[in-house]
Design a protein around this ligand. Structure first.
Ligand code: ADP
Length: 339
């Protein structure tokens, strides 16, 4: 599909360039031809005069002077042919050069579009794959329950509870997908205001506290006021993703640290499972999950949180980085431009 588009685009480039080049050539030829015709006419008139003088001199037995060296009729015709050949040669060269150049430029133009389509396809395929798992489980459980002739109320409740978990998972995934679409869509502009980062982070700490309590993890916070240019809801989402991850990947460790510092810095540190060197370059990719979190079924996730976090940071012209050692823990540092 893209090869066809590239050829078509090349042909369009070629058509435009050749139309311009040929128009110029025709104009140049017309101008030069006019001039040659004028010289031809002058030459003919002069020749007629020379002929008359020569006849007169011959009749009177006088010496004939050397022939006037002005351009002859044949010389003018040869110049015309030469000009046509030169223009033809120039046009052939322009055709070849612009054909090659056009093909290269068409490739350059289509490259980002091709990458976007490839990413989109991969995204749809990953999203459908992630949705299939809870859907299949939901369907199987309902089918089994429907086939059972003596389904008690207890069993039915257990089944509904499990179904609800699957529905929750799907809801979480669809929320993530919507978020990702919101932040990765360049047409959507988020409102940027002056926001005190420490206030937002404190709110998020209160929100994630129940999750931390459940995992028996203490959140140690050291929050310094720092006013940044950002969007409060997005900052809330960003801090929540990073804190939930710190809790989720804490392993046996029972504490995480959250800091805000002057200069628009947010630091979230855990002493958990850590991230291997080979995974670090990919953790911000959509649907990427490092091996330990894939194999240990307990750690839920879709590999979308950090891509959303990165898109949020990008929208606010900030930076996000991670330092991590396997088995020792990870520190995510975000820096958002200040006022
Ligand atoms: P999810 O947590 O849903 O898998 P994320 O996009 O939030 O997706 O994270 C991508 C991957 O990065 C995770 O699967 C995990 O392997 C790794 N990761 C993220 N945060 C941490 C952390 N604090 N400690 C260790 N690994 C982490």
């Amino acid at each position: 599909m893209f090869h066809e588009a590239r050829i078509k685009l090349t042909l369009w480039y070629l058509l435009i360039i050749m139309a311009i080049s040929l128009s110029f050539s025709v104009a140049i030829y017309a101008g030069v031809n006019n001039e040659l015709s004028r010289i031809g006419n002058m030459q003919r008139a002069r020749q007629a005069r020379v002929d008359t003088i020569t006849t007169f001199l011959t009749q009177n037995g006088l010496p004939i002077p050397p022939e006037n060296q002005g351009p002859q009729e044949e010389t003018v015709e040869a110049a015309r042919i030469r000009i046509i050949s030169v223009l033809g040669l120039i046009n052939i060269s322009i055709f070849v050069i612009s054909g090659l150049g056009g093909y290269f430029l068409a490739g350059q133009t289509l490259d980002p579009i091709q990458k976007m389509v490839r990413d989109q396809k991969e995204f749809v395929s990953n999203a459908s794959h992630e949705l299939r798992t809870p859907l299949t489980s939901l369907k199987t459980e309902i089918e089994v329950a429907l086939r059972s002739k003596d389904l008690g109320i207890g069993e039915a409740k257990k089944l509904l509870k499990s179904n609800l978990e699957d529905v929750d998972n799907m809801q979480r995934l669809s929320n993530y997908l919507l978020e990702l679409n919101r932040y990765e869509n360049n047409d959507i502009v988020i409102e940027i205001n002056n926001v005190d980062l420490s206030t937002v982070v404190q709110k998020v700490i209160d929100q994630v506290k129940p999750i931390a309590d459940k995992a028996e993890i203490k959140i140690a916070a050291k929050l310094q006021k720092t006013t940044i240019r950002g969007n409060e809801d997005s900052l809330n989402e960003l801090s929540k993703i990073l804190m939930e991850n710190a809790i989720k990947y804490s392993g046996k460790s029972k504490a995480i640290e959250v800091k805000t510092k002057s200069g628009g810095i947010l630091e979230i540190k855990d002493y958990g499972i850590g991230i291997s060197k080979k995974d670090i370059p990919h953790i911000f990719d959509r649907f990427y999950r490092a091996e330990p979190s894939r194999s240990k079924e307990k750690i839920d996730g879709y590999g979308l949180g950090l891509s959303i976090a990165k898109s949020i940071v990008d929208k606010m012209n900030g930076k996000i980085k991670v330092a991590s050692v396997v088995g020792k823990g990870s520190t995510f540092t975000v820096q958002i431009p200040t006022v």
